[in-house]
Ligand binder design. Structure first.
Ligand code: ZN
Length: 251
């Protein structure tokens, strides 16, 4: 079956002398893998359109069941060149791609996540903030993995009385009374609970500008890392690279 798909390249693998197998997160079919013939030849028209981060329109012969498809044609809509040229943008965008690849099932469409993925990469490419867009995206992605944290009410008793305490083991926020259920829960001061909830709910497309103190970004990052380590099924390799990059740039 021939399909016209819009999609983002989330993974590539070399295949034999001249080919590549690429994984696209697409609008109509979600995550699919397809053979791109000749894509390893630098001068081939297919080479440019089959690199990570590329957002393009693909004409794909889709294989049956879990079978591999074949890319027939590709035309680039957004090259995300700025991501390729900046090591930090590249690190966070690679993290976004790897998480998507690990969490999304093959050939299952997730139109909302597809839209968020494209706009998250576009944001990272075109602006200077990349830590927050990556966090906003992953909070939404956890939902399709079936492990989204509950952030709008106490996960234990349903109370909406602030302050909230983030609990990895309980899978969301706890109220003051229920905070005794998890000795390791972390209090979310001030508006942090509402901000985290907004990150999960609001599309990045609707946001003009975002900023957060470094210490709060670090706190959210630490909580989300601990959260993913508890509920995610696969380790994320790009995370290690981000940690190393942060250690080096903070000296
Ligand atoms: Zn409670």
């Amino acid at each position: 079956m021939l399909e016209k798909l819009q999609g983002v390249v989330i993974r590539t693998q070399d295949y034999k002398e001249t080919h590549k197998i690429i994984t696209i997160f697409s609008d109509k079919l979600g995550k699919i893998s397809a053979l791109a013939r000749g894509a390893k030849k630098p001068k081939s028209r297919m080479a440019a359109a089959t690199q990570p981060f590329i957002y393009a329109e693909y004409l794909v012969y889709v294989g049956k069941g879990s079978g591999l498809g074949t890319i027939q044609q590709a035309s680039i809509n957004h090259s995300m060149r700025q991501i390729r040229e900046d090591i930090e943008k590249n690190a966070y965008a690679s993290y976004v791609l790897e998480l998507t690849d690990k969490i999304a099932e093959q050939k299952k469409p997730f139109p909302y996540i597809y839209n968020e993925l494209y706009h998250t990469l576009k944001w990272i490419a075109e602006r200077d903030e990349y830590v927050i867009p990556a966090m906003m995206y992953e909070l939404k992605l956890y939902d399709i993995g079936g492990f989204a944290p509950v952030l709008n009410k106490c996960v234990s008793c349903g109370s909406t009385q602030l302050p909230y305490y983030f609990s990895v083991t309980q899978g969301g926020v706890l109220c003051n009374t229920c905070s005794s259920r998890d000795p390791h829960c972390v209090m979310l001061q001030g508006k942090l609970a509402q901000i985290l909830h907004a990150f999960q709910q609001v599309s990045i497309e609707q946001i003009g500008n975002i900023s957060l103190k470094d210490q709060n970004k670090d706190l959210f990052r630490m909580l989300l890392d601990a959260y993913y380590d508890s509920y995610g099924s696969y380790p994320i390799k790009t995370k290690r690279f981000i940690r190393q990059l942060n250690e080096l740039t903070r000296e």
